[in-house]
Unconditional design. Structure first.
Length: 332
């Protein structure tokens, strides 16, 4: 790795020199640093592929870059994927979560020091508030909640909590009676679940379901999810078919130790045939090979204040229980 002393300065807003002391420095992310950034994320204590530049970059036109890289000497010790919203720094509004990504060698005291260094750097860049969505514990390669303690020490407050549902695959309970009944229907209907590349057909199904039932559309467009699936083998699609008719499906993101259902949907015929239950049962078996957790995502709306109790109950009938996604704010 080249010395941080020689790295190009790519300040975003406004131009400035890299913050530096005799032993530590903070630099703004710029494209020349993409390789070093990605290599770091792939081995970090709490790094996920969402933080790689190929993922962050697919919608870079929507966000004003504010990502930072923190160094000790010439060694990268932490990165913060982030963007500006006015005088706020947000980590990260284009992702489900963000936060300080830490080197495997960091401990509690160094995380405190890095957090202070990070805050100083943001103040120097004119930021007034940090909005911070830490990586939930199930996505950690090693336990990494030192950042939460550091932010508490610095005066951060929790402003939002969303409730997700997660199955602990090492201790999962039996399916509820209703889910077993649905799986029996799916078997009788001859439902077959397989991994395919038929994203276009599924996106039509998914968009129709979201529009009719919830008045929304998928967060990603078909072109975006296709691009991301081409860039990252961790993104896969599983479809449930009866006589080659697509009845239900799931786009999943596979992390180290976690299989996460990004999009789940079934047609009217699919719901009647138990096709989505068949997909989820298949994913549980898929995740059991190398994963500890199956994550269903959140069942909350209105900034976490409203719980979709029916949706949460459906996930719980597969053996899932609650995992929170936090948002913290720190006045700078």
């Amino acid at each position: 790795m080249m010395s941080a002393e020689t790295l190009p300065v790519c300040a975003v807003r406004p131009p400035h020199k890299v913050a530096q002391t005799s032993s530590c420095r903070t630099s703004d992310y710029c494209p020349e640093r993409a390789e070093a950034w990605d290599a770091f994320v792939r081995t970090a204590r709490n790094g996920v592929f969402l933080f790689e530049r190929g993922y962050l970059g697919y919608h870079a036109d929507r966000f004003q870059e504010a990502s930072l890289m923190l160094w000790r000497g010439d060694e990268l010790r932490a990165v913060l994927p982030a963007h500006h919203v006015g005088s706020d720094v947000v980590s990260h509004g284009g992702l489900s979560f963000g936060g300080l990504v830490l080197h495997p060698g960091t401990g509690a005291q160094e995380t405190l020091n890095l957090s202070e260094q990070l805050i100083d750097a943001m103040r120097e860049r004119g930021a007034r508030r940090l909005i911070y969505k830490p990586v939930p514990h199930i996505f950690h390669r090693q336990p990494t909640e030192d950042d939460l303690y550091a932010l508490h020490r610095l005066g951060a407050r929790t402003t939002r909590i969303d409730l997700s549902t997660t199955i602990d695959l090492a201790r999962r309970p039996a399916f509820a009676k209703g889910r077993r009944h649905a799986l029996s229907k799916a078997r009788r209907a001859g439902i077959v679940v397989r991994s395919t590349n038929e994203l276009a057909a599924y996106w039509a199904l998914l968009s129709g379901v979201l529009g009719e039932r919830h008045g929304t559309q998928p967060t990603h467009t078909l072109s975006e999810i296709t691009l991301l699936a081409q860039r990252f083998a961790q993104i896969r699609f599983f479809g449930a078919y009866a006589d080659e008719e697509l009845l239900a499906g799931a786009v999943v993101y596979r992390y180290d130790g976690v299989l996460h259902t990004q999009y789940l949907a079934a047609s009217v015929a699919g719901r009647e045939a138990g096709a989505l239950d068949a997909v989820i049962a298949h994913l549980i078996e898929e995740a059991s090979d190398g994963c500890r957790w199956l994550s269903f995502g959140i069942s909350t709306t209105d900034q976490g204040r409203e719980l979709n109790a029916g949706l949460a109950a459906q996930k719980e009938m597969f053996g899932g229980r609650g995992t929170v996604l936090q948002t913290l704010e720190l006045e700078l």
